[in-house]
Design a protein around this ligand. Sequence first.
Ligand SMILES: [Zn+2]
Length: 685
Amino acid sequence: MKEVINERITTEKNNRSEERAALFDIEDIGKKESCSKDECADTDVSRSEEKRARKLNVAVDEVIKSFAPPDNLTVTEWAEKKRRLSAESAAEPGPWRTSRTPYLKEPMDAFTDPAVRHIVMVAASQVGKSEFINNAIGYIIDEDPGSILFVHPTTIDAKEYSKLRIAPMIRDCPTLRKKVSDPKSRDTGNTILQKTYPGGILTMCGSTEAHALASKPIRYVFGDERDRWALSAGNEGDPWDLAMARQTTFYNAKAVEVSTPTIKNASAIEAAFSTGTMERWKSQCPNCGEYHEIRWADIRYESAEKIAAGKKTYTVTDIYYVCPGCGSVSSEAEMKKQPARWEAQNPEAYKTGTRSFWLNAFVSSWASWESIIRKFLNAYGSTKKMQVVYNTCFGELWEDRGEIEDEDSLMARREEYTAELPEGVLVLTCGVDTQDNRLEYEVVGHGHFGETWGIRKGIIMGRPDEEATWAALDNVIDHIYRFEDEKGLRISMTFVDEGGHFTQDVRLQCRARVSKKVFCIKGMYGPDKPFTAPPKQQKIVINQRAVGTCWQYQIGVDSGKQIIMDNLRVQTPGSKYCHFPKTDEYGTAYFKGLLSEHLVYRANKKQPWVWEKIPGHERNEPLDCRNYAMAAFKALPVNLDEIDRHLKAARNESLPPSISVKALNSHKSTSRKKGSAANKYYDNW
Ligand SMILES: [Zn+2]
């Protein structure tokens, strides 16, 4: 029914004069009636008739006003006139000023262009892409109402967006506040995920909710963070296609999809972008006058690394943009003042009704180049973090750069350790993989900044339910590993896999060794599982009888594999580098096992990124052992600085200056903004 009304309104849009005429008709009737009464000279009756007519006119006027056709404003004009940015989501609350985000003018105006049905925006965070959506929604409610379907990756995202962005926008814009009923009053049709206004309903949902996506017809469809959507809404198919199918009955439908980009060739927003006009925001070079997009590749800087309290920090100086046309150098302040414009690579697509825009963070008023460079430096060495920087800061697709070395080149980089423990090792952990006929283990040394050393790798033949097997493992765990100067370290923590056929035996043996910090672990799969979590108590059941409990750590093995592969990519000794000794244990079989799995993209799976065994690399125990040893280190609360100082004191070496960790922490906490959920959106602005 709402859609029907709305259809009528939009057809009435160009017939305002007819509406006015209708209004006059009613007035005329009133007058005529009062005249005829006048003839009867009954003034009381005529006055009451007049009153009735006036009342009727007011009522009719109200109805027409509430369905008033648009004032022919563009979204930009509407925002300039009526939008107020809310304190909880905007860096600069107050009236909307398009001059702060000049690049949003064109996309916003495209929304009111009758020739455009589909708008795609690929954007870094902190450029205001959400405000583009908010302004369009505000405009719809206020100027050209119709029902809106607003899809987010998950229902939680939808709720958060509604609470932190939509509700404050309605509250702070008087014209919207008048139209959307108060959520506090009952039966208003206004809930977190649904807002009712004259002429339409705004429905927000997650991309997995097929029923919401495939029911009633909808004139406006918005999709936020498209690249994080489910690949299928239940078994019903691509959520975007489902949502779009609801628009077919509207000649004046609009669809808007927005996202930060993700991985090249696996990005939905990248695919959508290439169906449109493919416009990029280009700034004019002050020297040669050419227009170029400011890209990461054209930014130059100097940086210096500082280490304090075990943390690396960077100072960044001499930041410049180098024009790819003439090679001249300009500062950030200069470039942000330069004239800029959208340039389409595929202007023909305008005819098919799709305009697509691509924006990176180098033009943002809220993200300084220095802050972006610092994020880049901090992410160095971690594929996962680097991908986030590429996607959210540079606004670029991520391509997995640099393959992991093959086993031959890892073999070739083995080193002669001068002792059992090379300098740099501060903590030892051990990872044990359990097989039906043996235990495999690796002892790993850990230093500052994630640098690691393979110390000892071995196989203990024997079943996990035999005492002798564990006695042999004790020899590994109890051993004191020594540096060249005879100072030694013990293993601080050992993780033993309880998976397989001997779970209860492993639990029993681990409980007996709890004083040596030997714990059983359960491997959890999936990219969303954290590498380590606090331990849980588990029952030990032998011959169907509970004989006690033990502590079990659940570890996210996929996260661990990602860390190991990232570290193996590092080429120079230092942060995150993996050292291996030139011993027989660390031979071809070891490296083949360490590199036995790789991350592959399986588009038809719910979690499309999966670790798979590489053909010809059937034995993966070395990777598992390394994974468990890394998890043991992660789970171990250690202060490496403290250990370093102790070790140096034991050797009578000069102590490094003691750094107040407390002072550093307090500095960190003051610089952080409060309110974690709100903060997330603030950061993503
Ligand atoms: Zn130039």
